[in-house]
Design a protein around this ligand. Structure first.
Ligand SMILES: [Zn+2]
Length: 423
């Protein structure tokens, strides 16, 4: 019996990496966004890996030729902050009705939309139950198409915090408890271990209040510094990084000094918070697109009063933190919070990073490739088109090194050596 299961697992793994040889002919080739682009080139992909890069348009015998000579070929993009199992505009009370199993199915739809948008790796930072683990495993095994997924599962939160359930009768809130709340260093360390045991690739904490939950305790720091330190030291010992959802400045500072690996959102980051991030080498994941989801829904009786108030507070400083973080020399990794806005629009973050954050298109592309790969601990696999790496690549119209908008014009996508059907 055990042998059969192992054989089945081996088959699934083998099917995930395509045995076909591909020759992807590029009009222009970006191997590493921090270096100059090359002219016409051909990327040879064998068994899911990049094995050769040849100048000009070549076609080795037996290879399937992918003609992208009118486009720029570059490393697949990475989104360090997504919620594949949710869609925007879902009323908060649907939490009492929708099953975790439905979330996994919604995730199948969104994984394909995300891959088609050119994102070949994502970090999923919050999903109901084990839905994001099921989705991750299904993509890995070649059962459904999508990007490579690193999944957190549920976020760790204080009782009544952004990752808890508020807004219903106490007994309903209790019934919906996602299993991530903790009080005190011991219990918080225990929660991190529990989620690691369930299958988290990364631990997510909501270190401050959050905009879209019904909790009415503001956007400042929620976890006690000792609780944050307990989570980060526990997670790091288990080989897991920690991503901190954080809006308020002092909450950002607490999470940073507590040893988290990334500050996500970072909305009200001030000079002191950014100094701490710079000193600790903490990554900033700006998620500017999340605010477009909020902006489009404010003042329309969609949100409850408690969410409306937090939304207006956050919108007032949209993009300020990214501009200041860049000036302060903080490391920036691309991340959008898709799920708060429509999946598949992830590439629009790039233009916002230029327009609101003052970044150059090249800096944006670095943040979405080598930068995010480093944050996710995947630099040896993805982020550049170096020989031996996973064949995660895309082709876009135009030059993304000089125009961020080119990242929204994706014409071809390959994930782990397998072409993604574009429609
Ligand atoms: Zn999020």
């Amino acid at each position: 019996m055990k042998k059969t299961i192992l054989a089945a697992a081996a088959l699934l793994t083998a099917s995930a990496a395509s045995a076909e040889t591909f020759a992807i002919q590029a009009g222009r080739l970006i191997v590493d966004p921090s270096k100059p682009a090359r002219g016409p080139s051909t990327v040879i992909v064998e068994n899911g890996r990049i094995t050769r890069i040849e100048p000009g348009a070549t076609a080795p015998t037996g290879a399937t030729v992918i003609d992208q000579r009118s486009r720029t070929v570059l490393p697949g993009l990475i989104d360090a902050h997504v919620h594949l199992t949710g869609d925007p505009g879902t009323p908060f009370w649907r939490e009492t009705i929708d099953s975790n199993e439905l979330a996994a199915v919604v995730g199948v739809k969104n994984a394909l939309l995300t891959a088609r948008a050119g994102f070949t790796t994502v970090r999923d930072l919050g999903a109901p139950g084990l839905s994001s683990f099921a989705l991750r495993d299904a993509v890995r095994d070649g059962i459904v198409p999508g990007p490579r997924i690193l999944a957190a599962g549920s976020a760790l939160s204080i009782v009544g915090g952004h990752g808890d359930v508020s807004g219903f009768r106490p007994e309903v809130n209790a019934a919906l408890d996602p299993g991530g709340t903790c009080t005190g260093a011991d219990q918080c360390a225990q929660r991190a271990r529990e989620w690691a045991k369930r299958g988290s690739d990364v631990i997510k904490i909501t270190s401050t209040g959050g905009v879209l939950s019904q909790q009415g305790r503001g956007l400042e720091g929620h976890f006690d510094p000792a609780e944050i330190r307990a989570i980060t030291s526990t997670a790091h010992r288990l080989g897991l990084k920690v991503a901190a959802h954080a809006h308020g400045a002092r909450g950002i500072e607490d999470a940073t000094l507590g040893g988290v690996d990334s500050i996500d959102h970072g909305t009200f980051a001030d000079a002191a918070a950014l100094r701490a991030m710079k000193a600790k080498g903490t990554w900033f994941v700006p998620t500017l697109m999340a605010f477009t989801g909020v902006r489009d829904r404010l003042g329309k009786n969609i949100y409850t009063p408690v969410v409306e108030a937090k939304g207006r507070q956050a919108m007032a400083v949209w993009g300020h933190a990214l501009r200041e973080a860049r000036r302060a020399g903080v490391k920036i990794a691309f991340g959008t919070d898709s799920g708060v806005f429509e999946h598949g629009r992830n590439g629009e973050e790039a233009e916002l990073m230029v327009r609101l954050g003052g970044m150059t298109p090249r800096e944006v592309l670095v943040s979405a490739t080598t930068g995010a790969a480093e944050l996710l601990g995947l630099s040896s696999e993805v982020g550049t088109l170096d020989l031996g790496k996973s064949a995660d690549l895309i082709a876009v119209d135009g030059d993304p090194l000089t125009s961020a908008a080119a990242l929204t014009r994706v014409g071809y996508v390959m994930v782990m050596g397998k072409p993604v059907a574009m429609r």
